[in-house]
Design a protein around this ligand. Sequence first.
Ligand code: ADP
Length: 694
Amino acid sequence: MARKKVDSDVKKTAVKEAAAPAAEKETKAPVKAAPAEKAAPVEKKTEPVVEKKAAPAEKKAEPVVEKKAAPAEKKAEPAKKKAAPAKKKAEPAEKKAEPAEKKAAPAKKKAAPAKKKAEPAEKKAEPAEKKAAPAKKKAAPAKKKAEPAAEAAPVVEAAPVVEAAPVVEAAPVVETTPVVEAAPVVEAAPVVEETPVVEEAAPVLDISTLPRRSVAFIGSECHPFVKTGGLGDVMYALPRELVKLNCDVRVILPRYACIPRKYQDKMVYRGEFYMDLGGTGRDYYVGIMEYVCDGVVYDFIDNQEFFTSGNPYTNLVDDIPKYCFFSKAALAALNYMNWIPDIIHCHDWQAGLVPVYLRTLFKDTPVGRARSILTIHNLRFQGIFNIPTIKYWSGLPDSVFNMGALQQDYVNANMLKGGLAYADRITTVSGTYAWEIQTAEYGERLEDHLRYHSGKLRGIVNGIDYEMWNPETDPALAENYGLANVLNHKMENKKALQRELGLVEDEGKFVIGLISRLTNQKGLDLVSTIVPQVLDGNTQIVVLGTGDAQYEDSFRYYEATNKGTFSACIQYDEARAHRIYAGADALLVPSRFEPCGLTQLNAMHYGTLPIVRETGGLKDTVQPYNDFTGEGNGFTFDRYDAGLLLDAINRAKTVYFTNRYHWDEIVQRDMAKDVSWTNSARQYKDLYLELTQW
Ligand code: ADP
């Protein structure tokens, strides 16, 4: 069994309030990765790329040609850079809280200020094209011809399942706005082709005869390096599955300081370059650290100015600059490595600008020929901030700030919205959610935009990784079991769980689990409302999660008042989650909305019956139990209502206590159900092939 544990020693995210008024809070739950370790000084493990490091002096002397009228006062812009510093030092913290208007940029760019964060390595020579830029920049602010079509077109009905008909190339033609800022492709100099250390390489079996395609995944989290939710699972499992389908996959991630030391230590220096960023008027270090595992290459974008915080997400004031930088650096890194994928597969708002960059600033660079896919894992998070700030940090041309693309309203721009406009295809993680997000109820104010682009939108449900989630080999369990012996051995796991959590040890009790981020999305207000009615003397409840104080407190209260029957584990604990999946009889997922949901899949695979609300991926993956035919995988309810949740729980209890034979049948059916990635990865591969027909 090759399950890779995320450090259980988890830190709770202290979600900072966004300072700016416009800053919506998009911070997700606590980071589940390891405790933040000090930012690894970016040591180059191998010798630096000599070719790239031309005379530092040259760089320093380079005049900054100001790009455009920058937004609001650029507070943290260093007035001067010191002459030839050996290392960049810390950037002033305020820097990122970007002001609205930046004043005229400094006439000359000096060398990095001593204050800059310990930026790895010396600044090296400026890329040739970059220097050439000035002339070009001034030239023609060009007419922006092809702005993405305005949303005006009232798309009438959101056709349900988006298993899209022949997808029309709805991608907005962004046309030739002559690249405003020179694409930060660094010198053409050859990349240091050091063979990265292949760690834990497993034989890649089963390479199919499908045509080969190369795919770059770009996203903000990935198990086992850093994970706050389902996105991290998908970024881990899908690339591995695609490798089996004859894909060449690279996953590009930020090199957060919180990535556990054991992975940091295995990364191999792959190169570095400097890249300009928006209206900041200076160049930023971009290091590339590489790690290879099971046929998947992970390239970490290194920059200590942006990625030193303990958690990937802090608040939008910091996150907007961070992910503008990341999106641009990811594309520049592909050019730098001279690895030009057929497909660039971006994930969520943090990579939302990638498709926009691809068709504007990077249009005429090698990577510009790749096709792009943007996957929505959770539409609630969009990366919305005021227009001047996003313009300032992204450096994108004015032409993309219109209502058909990045502009959200008079004041704000929306990074996800821009990506949706420019991506060649949009996917989300279930067919039902693909339909739901085109409605006002679930569309998070993007429903019109999504309906407009529905021709290129489709839903592909997630799977789970069968190596990570395997009750037969799972080292966290008290007793391993499989389909053949689940009925006996699950009981042992139930008793062990009761013991571990201080519940009354009685295999006759009906144990309900809940493993979740404790946020408004997850239907926890419904759960809180009905706990007293659920605890009828024959039932126990186990909650594992962290998040909003109101839910944490509510569950703590129930534990305090129901000793022995209610357990509130307010923590992130991967191993304990596995034991709850194995030891509980049923698992609650009453979400208000749920793009796909993984906990119900994990539960079914461990023979634990899901009790879910019929929304998003829950609806697509859990077929309601039918008393008459005996078919189904779990218990469901439709309207978001505490009474209906209680009713679903009571139906489950009735089958459990009065018709155990049927209950056991469902247990076995769920364990046998295919919830692996195989099917879904195949659908992604088909999508890649559809986009790259040659
Ligand atoms: P979301 O991405 O919205 O958080 P998903 O159901 O898609 O929800 O994925 C949640 C993943 O995180 C599952 O693998 C689940 O087991 C895991 N998880 C959630 N909370 C905890 C926790 N407190 N401890 C351990 N694992 C957790």
